[in-house]
Ligand binder design. Structure first.
Ligand SMILES: *Cc1c(COP(=O)(O)O)cnc(C)c1O
Length: 397
């Protein structure tokens, strides 16, 4: 859901016109800055070698930013391929007019889904001989050549065929006249964990297994694109890059390894803002919100924002976050509820009904990041970003 803001001063608008011209900034909204995505893509592209392809991972509606917006910005910044998790995500991108290579990272097993991939030229991820033969049959029936990729498990233990099966499956696909094996890939499990120690050991072992496989199928190696790295793998070691890198979180401005952030200077692209809908004065000792987990220690002024966990502000952040107004921090108090949260604005006389505050993103000289939120409730920036629901309008700025 994306909105273009128009002025709405015409008193003669019909109800229907009013609906389509309503300012989406009445309550709470997400602002997405495609220039930041583009700049991040450019910086990442700069990190990888000239021949290496940058795939922008835009699953989960572009990590909550809007898949089409992100895809277009990333392509401007040097990405040349897109990754999605589901068939529908791929179809949505095709229907919005994007014609670059798109890889579906999830497993598709339904023949209708795979037929849709053929028709819309989406590459499925295959993991076993049944899927391979099914794709060959479907492509044969419609007299098409079907571009597919094979996923190999090197230690993530999620999707992908066993390592030992991989050479045989690669050879089988190559023998099938309606399949075109364009990629062989694997996925790292601990690339964002310590650069020395356990994380390093597991990552090195995964790389070694992947190298061994590529060596085993050496005569075919130049006929497909091999790839292994997510954002963490991309930033931590150029020997993990191979022919392509699949970058998600770094594109959205977050380094999965904090100390690698400084030398690449990624910029978050998403902000969450909300308007004060109600202000009240209460005496000292007043319990606030469900459970009264916060009790005022002084006569207080409280402001209500129309945003809650149904919008993606996790209840587990209750009483831990703050909002920004002109670079000032305003504490959130009491339980975060489904649709409302309360701020203690006793020290912020300038706040009144209609004031806009920033919950996530930059304001004045301060910035609240998804990483900070994730550290407050034991989550990760990935989950915070893709947690913002469609009830929040996305504004592209
Ligand atoms: C989500 C995903 C990525 C991107 O991961 P980030 O850590 O966000 O860069 C890459 N590859 C696969 C297979 C994925 O599922």
């Amino acid at each position: 859901m994306q909105h273009v803001i128009t002025s709405n001063g015409d008193p003669h608008l019909s109800y229907h016109e009013l609906l389509t011209t309503l300012d989406p900034r009445q309550r709470a909204w997400v602002e997405v800055n495609p220039a930041s995505i583009e700049a991040n893509a450019r910086k990442i592209k700069h990190r990888i070698s000239d021949g290496c392809i940058l795939m922008a991972v835009v699953k989960a509606d572009g990590y909550g930013h809007g898949a089409k917006t992100v895809a277009e910005a990333a392509l401007r910044g040097g990405a040349s391929s897109l990754g999605v998790a589901t068939l529908q995500e791929g179809l949505d991108l095709r229907q919005s007019g994007l014609d670059c290579p798109i890889l579906v990272l999830g497993n598709l097993t339904n023949p209708d889904d795979l037929s849709a991939c053929i028709y819309w030229e989406l590459m499925p991820t295959l993991s076993n001989i049944q899927e391979i033969l099914l794709c060959q049959n479907l492509a044969e029936n419609c007299e098409r050549k079907f571009k597919v990729q094979l996923k190999v498990d090197t230690g993530m233990t999620r999707l992908g065929c066993d390592l030992e099966e991989a050479p045989n499956l690669i050879n089988r696909i190559n023998q099938l006249d309606h399949l075109d094996l364009v990629g062989v890939y694997s996925h790292l499990a601990l690339a964002d964990v310590d650069l020395s120690g356990h994380g390093a050991k597991v990552t090195a072992a995964q790389k070694q297994r992947f190298d061994l496989l590529l060596k085993e199928v050496a005569p075919l190696k130049d006929t497909f694109c091999s790839h292994l790295a997510n954002s963490a793998g991309t930033l931590r070691d150029k020997f993990l890059h191979y022919d392509m890198v699949r970058v998600g979180i770094a594109l959205y401005g977050y380094s999965p390894i904090s100390h690698l952030h400084d030398d690449i200077d990624l910029r978050p692209a998403l902000a969450v803002k909300a308007r004060v809908t109600f202000v009240r004065e209460v005496p000292k000792g007043t319990g606030v919100s469900y459970g009264h987990s916060f009790i005022t220690k002084r006569a207080s002024r409280l402001a209500v924002l129309g945003i809650g966990y149904a919008d993606g502000v996790s209840r587990s952040l209750s009483g831990k976050i703050y909002a920004l107004k002109d670079g000032q921090c305003i504490p959130q108090v009491g339980a975060i509820t489904m649709d409302q949260i309360v701020l203690d604005v006793t020290d912020h006389g300038e706040i009144s009904v209609g004031s806009v505050v920033t919950l996530l993103g930059e304001d004045g000289n301060k910035c609240i990041t998804a990483k900070e939120w994730s550290q407050l409730n034991g989550s990760i920036p990935w989950e915070v970003l893709c947690g913002f629901k469609n009830r929040l309008p996305r504004l592209v700025i």
